[in-house]
Write a protein that binds this ligand. Structure first.
Ligand code: ATP
Ligand code: MG
Length: 143
């Protein structure tokens, strides 16, 4: 997992730097993960793309990976604009985007998380979000 995440980290860090957002990789122990590497990459890049897009300048994002019993836990933690509680369970739906004004401001199709959800499901995994409006969001994948 570690070299894999380090590769993704160096792939996205230039776009993070453009917005002055600090990306930190937290992965203390290296371990093996049973997953389709192309799909896992797609999952994480989508979450990192959102974390960047919905963060304010000078923000901070953490990409974290660890093992919990027999599961691999991957977290993307941002301190961005957050998602209201009543919307949080809808963002994994196809084409769902939080409020129209926001969508115009940020661009995008509202497909990213629907694809992420399908890919996580295909690994028999789970994804959930904890978020507070104006404070930030944490997306957690367990596979
Ligand atoms: P794209 O298809 O380009 O990914 P998108 O980013 O709008 O478009 P999703 O990635 O599916 O679509 O996200 C759905 C909605 O959930 C977004 O429009 C956004 O409002 C909200 N959202 C997703 N991630 C975050 C986040 N990290 N912080 C705040 N809001 C988020
Ligand atoms: Mg997206």
């Amino acid at each position: 997992i570690k070299p894999f995440l380090e590769k993704l980290y160096s792939l996205v860090v230039p776009s993070y730097e453009l917005k002055n957002i600090r990306l930190t990789l937290e992965c203390k122990n290296d371990f093996e993960v049973e997953a389709d590497p192309t799909r896992l990459e797609q999952i994480i890049l989508n979450l990192l793309d959102n974390a960047l897009k919905y963060s304010k300048e000078n923000g901070q994002v953490i990409l974290q990976a660890f093992q919990n019993e027999h599961k691999t836990i991957i977290k993307v933690i941002d301190a961005g604009i957050g998602i209201a509680q009543e919307e949080a369970n809808r963002i994994f739906e196809k084409l769902y985007r939080v409020e129209k004004s926001r969508s115009r401001e940020f661009g995008g199709s509202g497909l990213g998380l629907a694809i992420v959800k399908e890919l996580v499901d295909a690994h028999d995994g789970t994804i959930h979000v904890e978020s507070e409006l104006g404070k930030g969001s944490t997306f957690t994948i367990s596979i």
